[in-house]
Design a protein around this ligand. Structure first.
Ligand SMILES: [Zn+2]
Ligand SMILES: [Zn+2]
Length: 569
């Protein structure tokens, strides 16, 4: 569908979305599970020489002293030393450890002048203030409420740190990434008032690249729920790119790139873009009606998505009034409120029953036309598995080549007119004789006689049903299970299958005939989600069975259809 967001869009980002403190951390390069709280060192001890004593891990004094000797920074010393007290920062715990372990040893106190690069973090913790600054600057102009911080690390850095940590750090020490993210989050939550730092479903995910010390913002969409009524026909639900230029803009579409000047999506989304200061919108409706179908009753539920907004919350009543005013009666929205991404799935997947009011006219039908409407459906493509049934028995006559897309063909022979034939040259008559399979011997008059003999017998039409029959059949349609093969008009977006759909209720049927003898029928029906309603009436050349046309044995032409109600929410 046009303008729909693809659910996959967010999936890649979800990989980073867990990189907050206190949760498993992932990055582009790193999906290694981190075993936490490993009780004992399982790796072989480091053996430089056979007499080298094994270095114990922190928090033993010898282990801590080794961490200091390695050039570990204060933040990592606190993080890995296993001495941090409740609510103490890693850095202050690290300073404490360094002071007590060094015992005045000047070389140890100044070891970082000798080894300036911390082997655990490559001095990243010293950049925490800078990174918090960069993020705070990037967030200028956004009315953000929920912020998530993520970080991407080169895989070898993560693996290197992990190996060192397992070897020397106290068991259960925090990993590098969540520690850094936690530190920066703490600094930001002090600075940004009204913003909470979250681990899930943020308004913006700020993703730190530790190699370049830069930040990328993943700005999440804003969502708004409502119901719309469509009072006018001729408005498509979603934007529809111009067929001639595919949306680039051409003379045919007045350079708009759109097939139709407006859509329900635009009428709702364009004002909302201004409210949210977003870039574009996508429309998610609970089903859709055709362009020529009105949508009445309580209206159709929808979720509108605003991409790359500057805010995630607005005054919904004001927005609703603005939208309804600008739409000028063509559409109307109600029940507007804040929504979210998961509601998109709910709205799209809710199989709601719907009520429709439909009006059609009836005309006489011939027996061959009725045969088409009632020819056995090809059930080899039914959407329920039908094992063990004779396939051939059910094959449609028109589908000899097993091509289910091919419609059942009506063999129509044109009727030749004597006076028209007389105007033709002999050569043309001979050609026509070959075409119609009759003898081409003789003079012109013989050929004309032969040709006229190929005219089909005049076919009598079936009598039109009377009012009581029509009303009785509409009444009996209630509770009927329809078999509906995908109509050709939607074949480009739906699989060619035979689906079973139930007519739940029929009511308010009326029949009227005018002076010229045209009989018009109107009634309301409620049916299962996904029922092709127009096809239920006209029969779609036998693709929908039974149909009103096949039951009343008359040709039914739909004049209009309204969605009366969507029985959901
Ligand atoms: Zn460090
Ligand atoms: Zn165009």
């Amino acid at each position: 569908m046009v303008g729909d967001s693809k659910p996959e869009d967010d999936e890649d980002w979800m990989k980073y979305a867990n990189s907050g403190f206190g949760s498993t951390d992932y990055s582009l390069w790193d999906d290694v599970e981190e075993p936490e709280n490993e009780p004992e060192q399982l790796d072989e001890p480091e053996q430089l020489e056979s007499h080298t004593e094994e270095i114990p891990r922190a928090p033993s004094p010898a282990g801590l002293k080794h961490l200091v000797r390695m050039g570990t920074c204060d933040s990592c010393l606190g993080r890995l030393g296993g001495k941090r007290s409740f609510q103490q920062t890693n850095e202050s715990s690290g300073i404490q450890i360094r002071d007590s372990i060094s015992e005045g040893n000047q070389r140890l106190l100044k070891i970082r002048e000798e080894i300036p690069l911390c082997p655990f973090c490559e001095n990243l913790f010293e950049e925490a203030d800078l990174l918090a600054d960069v993020i705070a600057d990037a967030l200028q102009g956004y009315a953000i409420e929920k912020l998530q911080i993520g970080a991407r690390f080169p895989k070898d850095q993560v693996e290197g740190e992990e190996a060192l940590r397992k070897r020397f750090a106290a068991g259960g020490s925090d990993a590098l990434k969540p520690s850094l993210v936690g530190l920066i989050s703490g600094k930001l939550s002090e600075r940004l008032s009204g913003v909470s730092i979250v681990n899930d479903k943020p308004d913006i995910l700020a993703l730190i690249d530790v190699l370049t010390l830069t930040v990328t913002l993943d700005v999440r969409s804003a969502y708004i729920y409502g119901r719309y009524k469509k009072h006018e026909r001729g408005i498509p639900q979603t934007r529809w790119p111009c067929r001639a230029c595919k949306g680039r803009g051409c003379e045919k579409c007045n350079q708009t790139g759109q097939q139709y000047p407006s859509s329900v999506q635009d009428l709702i989304g364009n004002p909302l873009i201004e409210f949210f200061e977003g870039r574009e919108h996508a429309f998610h409706g609970m089903g859709r009606e055709d362009i020529d179908v009105r949508c009445l009753g309580r209206g159709r539920p929808f979720v509108l998505e605003i991409k790359e907004p500057k805010r995630w919350n607005i005054d919904y009543d004001t927005a609703m009034k603005e939208i309804n005013e600008r739409a000028n009666g063509s559409i109307e929205i109600t029940d507007v409120r804040r929504s979210n991404r998961s509601e998109v799935v709910r709205v799209k997947d809710t199989p709601a029953e719907k009520s429709y009011t439909i009006r059609f006219v009836i005309e006489p039908l011939t027996q061959p036309e009725l045969d088409v409407l009632t020819a056995p459906l090809d059930l080899t493509k039914e959407d329920v598995q039908q094992r063990g049934r004779g396939r051939r028995k059910h094959r449609r006559r028109g589908d000899r080549k097993d091509n289910p897309k091919k419609p059942l063909e009506r063999v129509e022979v044109s009727i030749l007119d004597e006076s028209e034939l007389k105007k033709l040259k002999k050569a043309e008559l001979v050609e026509l004789c070959t075409e119609r399979g009759c003898s081409e011997k003789g003079v012109k008059a013989d050929l004309i006689a032969n040709l006229l003999a190929t005219n089909p017998e005049p076919v009598e039409t079936l009598p039109l049903p009377d009012e009581a029959t029509i009303l009785g059949i509409i009444e009996k349609l209630e509770g009927v299970n329809l078999a509906q093969r995908t109509p050709e008009r939607v074949a480009h977006r739906r699989a060619d299958l035979v689906r079973r759909r139930k007519v739940i209720e029929t009511r308010d049927a009326s029949v009227e005939s005018d002076d010229t003898g045209v009989i018009a029928v109107e009634f309301t029906l409620r049916c299962e989600s996904g029922t092709y309603v127009k096809e239920t009436v006209h029969g779609d050349d036998g693709r929908t069975q039974p149909s009103i046309a096949s039951l009343i044995k008359a040709k039914c032409t739909v004049e209009w259809l309204d969605v009366g109600d969507i029985h959901a929410d």
